[in-house]
Design a protein around this ligand. Sequence first.
Ligand code: C2E
Ligand code: MG
Ligand code: MG
Ligand code: MG
Length: 286
Amino acid sequence: RSKDNGKDRWSYFTNDMKVDSDAEARIEKELREAIQRDEIFLVFQPQVNIRTQKVTGVEALVRWRHPTRGVLGPGAFLPVVEKTNLASIVGNIVIDKALQAARAWQDQGRDFGRVAVNLSPSHLFSGNLLNDFHVAMDKHGVEPSLITAEVLESVFLDDARSDNSKVLEELHSLGVHIELDDFGTGYASLSHVADLPINGLKIDRSFTNQVLEDVKKEIVVNQLINLARSLDIGVVCEGVETDAQFDRLRMMGDFSVQGYLIARPMPFEDMSEWLASSPEDLLFVI
Ligand code: C2E
Ligand code: MG
Ligand code: MG
Ligand code: MG
């Protein structure tokens, strides 16, 4: 009887695993078709200076216009992408489309600060990343100084991937800005930050959206802003959703904010219009 139980549990487990890997295989197959059919696209979300409200950057966020399931966010497919050799392909598409957008905004005479792309760890590790940036910069005629690469703290910490740091150092020396994304959620010690080739910290939404409710989070945000100022690097506070959060953050200094309060991620055309409108028209009023 116990043997049967064991067998049942085992076959159940096996079935479960099979469903999972089947689902993954299906997503991978659909993604390959999606790439062929140009279903991968970007939406854009602006970052503004908290004091002047001038745009300092525009983050590119990947989406998949799925033929039957509608528009999918990164959570629905990036985990599969990361496990396959699609990571470099999708990563390259993101870089290409982000720089294409930057080119268009330059041609339209729009000030967008810098265009920010999220680097996939697998793409970073693939050895293709630097070349992909060079190709896209040449193709679209976009200067490195108009680009930000957002990376997770973990890419610097993984010893097995120490080549990552070299790639990021090279990008950095080209003039591409490097920002640590979701800062505060990982393991980087504050002293470590001083040694990294980075231009800024993006303070994670989980801190930003608790500055009013949780005094410890408020203290951390304030200290991170002070640390960044001492190190002469920039700060972007992610996920600012309310006027009250904005006002509280504004007392802490001079940096950038990003979040639904300023604007939700939007398609390229809407972003172009947003950039074209005068701040008086579209930005919130303090
Ligand atoms: P992230 O880089 O931290 O991007 C910010 C995420 O927070 C975006 O979600 C954005 O839509 C969302 N967000 C912005 N403002 C607010 C706000 O005020 N409130 C709330 N609740 N959310 C806000 P999204 O687009 O779903 O992206 C999720 C994550 O997926 C990103 O987090 C990033 O880590 C990853 N990602 C997105 N695009 C790419 C990409 O092209 N390549 C790679 N490798 N990763 C990407
Ligand atoms: Mg990001
Ligand atoms: Mg982030
Ligand atoms: Mg985040």
